[in-house]
Structures are given as C-alpha cells and as structure tokens.
Design a protein around this ligand. Sequence first.
Ligand code: PAF
Length: 282
Amino acid sequence: MSSVQVIKSPAAMSAWSEAARARGERIAFVPTMGALHAGHLSLLAAARAHGERVALSIFVNPTQFGPNEDLARYPRDLAGDLAKAAAAGTDVAFVPAVPDMYPPGAQTVVEVREVSQGLCGDRRPGHFAGVATVVCKLFGIVRPHVALFGEKDFQQLAVVRRMVADLSLPVAVVGCPTLREPDGLAMSSRNVYLSPAERARAVAVFRGLSAARERFRAGERRAEILAEVALTDIAAAVDRVDYVEVRDADSLRPIAHLEQPAVILAAVFLGTTRLIDNMRLP
Ligand code: PAF
C-alpha cells in the first residue's frame, strides 16, 4: 500500500502545493479534524475526480469548540487516519500543530455573519467564526483548486461557500452527500461517543427527517408541519432536541412555506453527545 506524505509545517505545505501547481497539477483538498470514517473516505475518493493531487488536512481546530464542548476528548488517531488516507489514495496529509496555525499575536478572525446565525450558530457561539477562520487559513496554506466538504455539516458548508464568494477566494467548493450507516444514522466522528443504547436511539433522527421528507413528497409544504412531523419521532427517542427546523437550502433563511429548494435540519443530544443531521426537501 502506498503511504501518505505527512507535512507538519505550513511553509512546507505551501511549498508542496507550489511545486504541484508548477507542474500543472490540480489540487483537490479535504479538510478534516481526523478520526476519519467512511464519510471522509468518500470525500477523498471524490477528490480524485477533481485533481491529480489529493491533499488532506488533519487538525482539531480549538477555535471552533466552545468552553464546555468536547475539544479535550475529541477522538484522535493519527496513525489510523494516515493508513486510511493512504488506502484512499491521498497524496499528502497536512498535520499542523496548534501554534503553527495560531501563532502568538494572531488577531484576525473571519466572521460570516448571516449564514452563521441560527441553528448551530446560536447554540455554539463562535463556532462558525472558528470554522471560517481555520478553513480560510487552510486554503491560504494548501492553496487547493477544489475543496470538498460533507453535506452532513450543512450550515458549515453554507458558511464556507459564502466566505469563498465574499472573499473572492480562488477555490471551487464541492458539497458531497452524507454517508449513512446501514440503519440510516449519519456517519460522524462523534458517533464513537455513543453507548450501545444511545446508538440504538440515535437512528430516530434519520427516521424523523425521513418522515418529514415523506410528508413533503405527499404534498405538505408548510415548514412548521414538516418540522413537527420530524420532531414526533426525534423527541420521543433522544435526550434533548436542540432544534428541528426547515430552512431555505441556499441562504439558510427561515421559510414558512416551501416554494424553493429547502432543507430540514436537526441537532440533538444523546447523553452528552451532540449529533446533527439534515435532509434536502425535495
Ligand atoms: O468539518 C470539520 O471537520 C471541520 O469543521 C473543518 C471543516 C475541518 C474545520 O476545522
């Protein structure tokens, strides 16, 4: 099995990219926080179609975690991640240390205003500023032509798209479908936190969103009703519902009646584990 070149310093990563660009190679980039699962591997596989070189980053970004969130216990498995990345045909893994990404004295934060509000933005203050800042920095260092993100983090994808447009960043952003376990649970690095009993209950999120989609297919267009349909399944199974909401799929603005592409999004807690998922309507 081929191995992945591991690069730790931002300067060396940029030099790698410069050399690839000088050879006329396109760089397709998958930013991650590690703990790679099949969803990440599908992004790496899709990346192959977008460039001759596939770059991955593994960086648990502290600025996107709130004070009471799971930064300290976030799953880390660099050796396992590199083996999976190699099997997925990744050329290079950028694995910076925190001081390399946030040197002392750093003052700049990228804030994407409206799209970051509501949903996870309200429940996790500062989260999307942390995401936008690190993704902007990663784009500056890795200099990809294309970057691939999973649609499971739907609001994150919308924030990144808005940032790229607003800052005229020369990167094409590609959203890829959510990968699911056989019972429908969306794949997530945080699923490893779930006890067997919580794991069994977690599938209710998929069931609830699917029920809303079925009701949509049957002709229901009132956002409130669709959210209620999803909530019926979800609230009965999880420990706490953070939100279940229907939004415009592009702007993520709230909508009352579905006349344009929409998405239903949910965030829940099972024990101390927070899971998110979404489904497009239609
Ligand atoms: O989705 C993630 O894993 C992270 O939010 C990202 C995009 C790598 C930024 O840290």
